[in-house]
Design a protein around this ligand. Structure first.
Ligand code: PLP
Length: 450
């Protein structure tokens, strides 16, 4: 084994030490699982690597393959595993609740559900305190859009180009990345210019981009809209942090047109930005409806919509419920997640380690022409690869190669964006500075070889 040394692009970086060895794995091999997947699972399912990885164990920021090999999970289950894989407090909460009561219906009371709703509501500003649980981010956004339509009596929805909000009827309509859109009827959605500081025409001037929201309301609708839905940092879209000043100006136009403002916090919530608990807080706005999923249950299927009592009232016009949404096992996990984030100061860690990592990635950009942009905040960072910095030509083939090589070195990382040329770094919030060093060394070495 060669030992890694700085400035020597031939040698190999090593993972920081970690005190856990998974039990021996006796299940089928990766090749056998792949064969089953091809035969029995939907062909739409993606995997990025040339030779697919069979993950069998997870502990904190690490995943283990069938041979017990450890990988740094810099994608965090797509920004989902916020406390780290198999966090003991979350596991205990799930096991204890499962032993006591696995399922309850809306007909009965249950403390695991009510306690988590109360704890979640305490994380919001203003009068955002009524919680409706769902099973996923898609369901949460579908419900938010429905509520907005009912409340306003309008149908027009405004969302941002490059956004991702889910894959059901209304949410696929609101999503604005062609790769995720099927050719089915998606009416009443208007996609506005994306306030993307790197690729957008107005650079970092959020207020200029927001003029398009006003234009769309003036010229593309009756003058009234149901809702404006937006992430604060676009995740699937390639970690695009909206230009400063965008949301306050956009919200103002939408509110004047009678619409509700929906903050999609599916990726950016639960302390991931480091600086704030919710992504919308980074722009100093207070939405009317907030949607969340992913980090809420550390990987357990759970989502939620949070709004004000006045807006929530519209759902009493008819009956509305969700069989599994707010299952006590999931809400027990959710409560444990909130406690772990607080107890282990994970938001603070996301800030400190995220700032450190971003600085190191920015230094890497000075070294490698292939890196066009480094962006994001906390544990939601993006590295955009381009083959020509002037033209910002997406390095689509190169990113696949770098990603594959990083996996060989022991780092798992995501990618996304319009062109699929942006690394998405969204690890568990317990990521350490040593992990950050390792990730940067692995990226440095791999890019040097491209
Ligand atoms: N909203 C955002 C911002 C997302 O990133 C996603 C999923 O990646 C969703 C909504 C949809 O969530 P789910 O996949 O849980 O339905």
């Amino acid at each position: 084994e060669k030992v890694y040394q700085k400035n020597d692009a031939v040698l190999t970086p090593e993972l920081p030490p970690f005190d856990y060895s998974p039990p021996p794995y006796t299940g089928p091999t990766a090749a056998e699982i792949l064969a089953k997947r091809k035969e029995y699972l939907s062909p739409s399912l993606l995997h990025f690597y040339k030779s697919p990885l069979n993950v069998v164990d997870g502990r904190r920021q690490y995943l283990f393959d069938e041979n017990g090999r450890r990988y740094l999970d810099a994608f965090g289950g797509i920004a989902t595993v916020c406390c780290g894989h198999c966090h003991p407090d979350v596991v205990d909460a799930i096991v204890n609740q499962t032993k006591r009561l696995q399922h309850s219906t809306v007909l009965y009371l249950n403390n695991a559900i009510a306690d988590f709703a109360e704890a979640l509501a305490s994380k919001f500003p203003g009068n955002l305190k009524v919680v409706f649980f769902t099973n996923s981010g898609t369901e949460a956004n579908e419900l938010a859009i429905l509520i907005a339509k009912l409340y306003t009596g309008c149908h027009d929805i405004i969302s941002l180009r490059n956004s991702y909000h889910g894959n059901a009827a209304a949410t696929m309509g609101a999503t604005a990345q062609s790769i995720w859109k099927f050719n089915v009827v998606q009416t009443g959605v208007h996609h506005v210019v994306n306030p993307d500081p790197y690729r957008g025409v107005f650079g970092s001037d959020g207020e200029k981009y927001a003029r398009d929201v006003q234009d769309v309301i003036n010229f593309g609708t009756s003058g009234n809209v149901a809702a404006f839905i937006s992430e604060a940092i676009q995740g699937v879209g390639g970690i695009v942090e909206l230009a400063p000043g965008y949301l306050p100006a956009a919200y103002e136009s939408v509110k004047k047109a009678g619409g509700l403002c929906i903050a999609d916090e599916v990726q950016s919530g639960f302390g991931r930005t480091g600086s704030h608990f919710w992504g919308f807080e980074t722009q100093g706005v207070v939405p009317d409806i907030v949607t969340m999923a992913k980090g809420i249950g550390n990987g357990i299927p759970l989502g939620a919509v949070v709004t004000t009592p006045e807006i929530a009232e519209v759902l009493t016009r008819r009956s509305y419920f969700n069989t599994f949404g707010g299952n006590p096992v999931c809400t027990a996990a959710g409560l444990a997640v909130l406690k772990v984030i607080e107890k282990e100061k994970l938001q603070e860690n996301a800030f400190v380690v995220g700032t450190y990592l971003k600085e190191k990635l920015s230094a890497l950009k000075d070294k490698h022409e292939l890196i066009g942009d480094v962006r994001g905040r906390g544990m939601m960072l993006g590295v955009e690869l381009v083959t020509d910095r002037q033209l910002k030509t997406p390095a689509k083939a190169e990113i696949l190669h770098v990603m594959d090589q990083m996996k060989e070195l022991g780092v798992l990382i995501g990618k996304g964006g319009y062109y699929g040329n942006v690394f998405r770094i969204t690890p568990p919030l317990c990521f350490t500075k040593q992990d950050a060093d390792f990730l940067v060394d692995a990226m440095d070495l791999t890019i040097s070889r491209v």
